[in-house]
Write a protein that binds this ligand. Sequence first.
Ligand code: SAM
Ligand code: SF4
Length: 487
Amino acid sequence: MNELITDIDIIGQDSENENYIAQFKGTPRHITNAKKLYIESYGCQMNFSDSEIVTSIMQKQGYGTTQIAEDADVIFINTCSIRDKAEQTVRRRLSQFKAIKKRNPEVTIGVLGCMAERLKIKLLEEEKIVDLVAGPDAYRDIPNLLQEVEDGQKAVNTFLSREETYADISPVRLNSNGVTAFISIMRGCDNMCSFCVVPFTRGRERSRDPHSIVQEATDLFQKGFREVTLLGQNVDSYKWSSEETLTSKAQIERNGTENYISFAQLLKMVAEVDPLLRIRFSTSHPKDITDDVMYTIKSYHNICNYIHLPAQSGSSRILKLMNRTYTRDWYLAKIWSIRDILGDDCGISSDMISGFCSETEGDHQETLSLMDEVKYDFSYMFYYSERPGTLAAKKYQDNIDLSTKKRRLQEIITKQQEHALVRNQQSLNKVHQVLIEGYSKRSQEYLQGRNSENKVVVFPKGNHQKGTYVDVLVTGCSAATLLGEAV
Ligand code: SAM
Ligand code: SF4
């Protein structure tokens, strides 16, 4: 059945963007309900969350989703630029799509996200099968871009906005377990960590209207979800003012208004949706997390006792070069505040980079010794990958050879595995409240979920149901998992 789509609503764009959209503004088009979208996502949780926004926009255009690329009318690949390896993965995937395009030249292939933003029109030149390129702030424009493609042209929109938060778009949950979901609370990043491409690919930081966040959390709860993770590159710098034009942190600071919602206040608002709705958040920047946030976690049992606080390095010299704006001692002081306020049980995880420009063996040893001091429950660990256009690429030499980067990374990974085991052993013989997410990966006789500290807990299924809470006595563990029995 054909249906007339009239609701291509483009709001919240900056003037630059409006100019651009005007070029693409077309008449509403006729589409068929039978059209199918295949969407594949790479990179961080933000990207997965964005794919849900894109799917919602496409659904309004009459597209259903398919999990089989060969069946699709439109193939979108939502990309990551954070490391060169991530981009190479996308390029390999695009070359696999060539066979599909050859068999069905009508299929539209679009590249979305950070790689689209970084490479812009160059991506069309380098990857001939790509028809459409859309950056992270251009998703509302996708219907117009698809029209361009249908009219026989290649289509690009990589303008970054200062206001876009997609606040009014209700994401279509993809690959959902029906229990846990992500909610984007802000976009972009104003920090300039010298290694990082994100400020260039995702633009300036802006916070989303808290009422739309609470509404999304409420809707999810009513649909049976029991855990939401509030997402942003730097959630602790969330700031929102009710004055319509005053949405960015910089604007609020310039205008000196006291009248804004902070991240701690937002946490309270979401925690009050329902005591049975668990709240997590990611990522915290050590320079911005406040005691107020920690006391808020402490005062609401449904805000999880877990903080992801990336250190990146244990050497103050390297942290300075990375422009992280804190020293090793300052970072450790934050860790001790967390332990003081939230107790030794509080789950703490990190991101670590090995082999940043000029990193010596001594600097590397400081990273290992920082890990010894903190004993993280979990870490995401990488070796440094120079990204074009970043401050580090402009100012410093990427002078640590690959084998050294990899050897240091392996030492960091080994250390992390030891600490994860030690931390998990501290959970033994204690009862943990677990939110059940589904069957264990290994056996349908077992269920798995997470405790408040974000550790995976596996236990015999009994009569327990997905989406409910159960108390589990932990009786065994590995570095990755806690094992136990419901009590
Ligand atoms: N905003 C978060 C923060 O500040 O911690 C995380 C952003 S980034 C998507 C996730 C992680 O990727 C970073 O914390 C960092 O460890 C890693 N990363 C970023 N740029 C990198 C690079 N050029 N090479 C290696 N790892 C990188
Ligand atoms: Fe990148 Fe630093 Fe922003 Fe995180 S805080 S996204 S690492 S620039």
